[in-house]
Design a protein around this ligand. Structure first.
Ligand code: ADP
Length: 559
């Protein structure tokens, strides 16, 4: 991974990790706080609902009290003493009920028979045991009971808070039982008060309901004796929304922070790594051969010093290398000249000696002169031939023709070279492993010369003891590779650097030009010749050529 990327990632982590650490606990704390707040709000709402219920029951209680103590009631009781049914008519209770702001009122005789009912006039003359039972409860406060009332959908028991008071006149005792119905109106009032959905329940039956609660919701129940209960449904939506709002804000913050950090990281990383990248690029160029590569980048401090040093170094490197190459070339040619001179000198001695012998023989009028002449002429011709061979080889080495490139399948080429060795020398086994389809652009004749040379060397190396000659062709993505490996004595380390030099030979009668020419041919092809193998276990020569695309049909026709 590039330095710049790594720096950018580090900056991003630096920005995002603290957020990631802080956000979850903050959110859970917020959640707890919000739900605690909601709990408190619900408790408060229920308390105020309870107070409101108590207030209305107190009001109802007072109203019944006042009614019982009113002169009108006293008059009614007096009249009723003479004739109850005449004094108390069907509509009496309703009038009294409405004038006192009550929603339930029944007047009973002491036996529990309804004399008049405000909330259910039809009950007159019948007993109402459920409501009359209140008279036996000594509670000063209204008690919750179920009261039957007429509704558009027929008779229905509705919960009510009622209280009972006796009305005594002499020996007559009447009962006034009155209070308030827990009806739609109350539900609406409680819903407004608590901001919740309020249902008045009788057991599991919902009698009245008001208000709305958006889901998700929470429920609380306020029991009102056995007769009824009030169910409050509170919405959690607002709390959830608040939580989500905070969450969104945090995420936005994290996103923005992250993006900002990445941007900043990239900028800083760019600023910091630009000189380093330029230096890396410069070093790469130097490695590729641009020895005088200069790095043009502004930098201060140690990096700036490094850049200046690099530039100075490469500046000197080119000049030094050029000097070195020039002197190496001179040295190489001097060596070549020295050896060539040596090679030429060798035949000159026998030529001179032959001629001297002839001259002496002629002077002395040697009787065998004609035979001697023939013999010496043979020697001279042989040595002259040798001289010509030396000069031919040298000129071949000195000015090699430019390669005529064509796409050649290496496997096929090696096969054709090996076919020259259909009958290898005694004791030598040829083992080819040739991959086909490995194609390179080569001069067929020159490459044949290289391979012939390598195979010849390998055979010569195994001449004494025999062995196996392994020839492989294989391809990597970029290269075509030919390996020629023998099981001969191998190349001692001290010779390794020298075997490619012209005229280096360890063989009687060797020219020492074979490998030098092979290396040069491969160099001209943009490839190289490497040597491997362990000394004592054989030598391995590796031909590496740039691989060309496969032999397409058009290419075949073009050639
Ligand atoms: P020549 O074969 O005329 O000596 P080359 O340039 O072909 O010239 O070889 C140079 C030298 O490299 C050889 O004299 C020999 O010492 C060494 N050499 C080349 N091939 C092999 C091989 N397969 N095994 C061992 N030595 C080798």
């Amino acid at each position: 991974m590039r330095l710049r990327t790594r720096l950018a990632i580090a900056f991003t982590l630096l920005a995002v990790v603290p957020l990631a650490v802080v956000v979850p606990p903050t959110l859970s704390r917020l959640r707890v706080t919000l739900s605690r707040e909601l709990d408190a709000r619900m408790e408060a709402a229920i308390t105020s609902a309870q107070e409101s219920l108590e207030r209305s029951s107190a009001t109802a209680s007072r109203a019944v009290e006042e009614l019982v103590d009113s002169p009108a009631m006293e008059d009614l009781a007096r009249e009723a003493r003479e004739s109850p049914t005449r004094a108390i008519k069907a509509g009496t209770a309703e009038g009294l009920m409405k004038s006192r702001g009550l929603t339930v009122l029944a007047l009973f005789d002491n036996n529990g028979t309804v004399l008049s009912s405000g909330h259910l006039p039809a009950r007159r003359g019948d007993p109402d045991p459920a409501l009359f039972a209140v008279t036996r409860q000594k509670s000063p406060k209204p008690v919750p009971v179920r009261v039957e009332v007429r509704t558009p959908s027929g008779l229905r028991p509705l919960p009510a808070l009622v209280t009972a008071r006796p009305v005594d006149y002499g020996d007559l005792r009447l009962w006034a039982v009155g209070g308030v119905l827990l009806d739609e109106g109350l539900a609406q009032h409680l819903a407004r008060l608590t901001q919740a959905q309020v249902s008045l329940m009788s057991g599991d039956t919902e009698l009245a309901s008001a208000g709305e609660a958006e889901p998700p919701t929470l429920e609380r129940t306020l029991p009102l004796g056995e007769a009824a209960s009030v169910r409050f449904v509170f919405s959690r939506a607002a709390a959830n929304e608040a939580e989500q709002g905070v969450m969104r804000a945090f995420l936005l913050l994290a996103g923005l922070g992250g993006a900002f950090a990445v941007l900043l990281g990239l900028l800083v990383a760019r600023w910091m790594t630009r000189p380093v990248e330029a230096l890396t690029e410069g070093a790469r160029r130097v490695a590729e051969g641009a020895l005088d590569a200069q790095v043009a980048v502004e930098a201060s401090g140690e990096v700036g010093e490094l850049v200046r040093t690099f530039n100075r170094m490469t500046g000197e490197l080119k000049a030094t290398t050029e000097r070195l190459v020039a002197s190496e070339r001179i040295a190489a040619w001097q060596e070549v000249a020295r050896r060539l001179a040596h090679e030429i000198k060798n035949p000159l001695t026998p030529i001179r000696m032959s001629l001297e012998t002839l001259l002496a023989a002629q002077e002395a009028r040697h009787p065998r002169f004609p035979e001697m002449f023939k013999e010496s002429a043979g020697v001279v011709l042989e040595e002259v031939d040798r001289l010509r061979r030396i000069v031919d080889e040298f000129s071949r080495f000195a000015r090699m023709p430019k390669p005529q490139l064509a796409s050649v399948d290496m496997g096929e080429l090696v096969q054709s070279v090996l076919s020259l060795y259909a009958a290898p020398p005694e004791g030598i086994q040829i083992l080819p492993a040739l991959q086909t389809g490995v194609v390179a652009k080569v001069d067929r004749d020159q490459l044949t010369q290289v391979l012939v040379n390598l195979v010849k060397n390998a055979e010569e190396a195994m001449k004494e003891k025999g062995g196996a000659l392994r020839v492989r062709v294989k391809g990597t993505e970029a290269d075509a590779i030919i390996e020629v490996e023998d099981s001969g004595p191998g190349i001692p380390p001290e010779h390794r650097a020298r075997i490619f030099e012209p005229y280096f030979t360890t063989k009687e009668g060797g020219t020492g030009l074979g490998l030098a020419i092979a290396a040069r041919i491969l160099q001209e092809h943009g490839g190289k010749l490497d040597v491997g193998g362990e000394p004592g276990q054989g030598a391995r020569f590796i031909v590496v050529l740039p691989r060309a695309e496969g032999l397409g049909p058009t290419r075949l026709r073009a050639e």
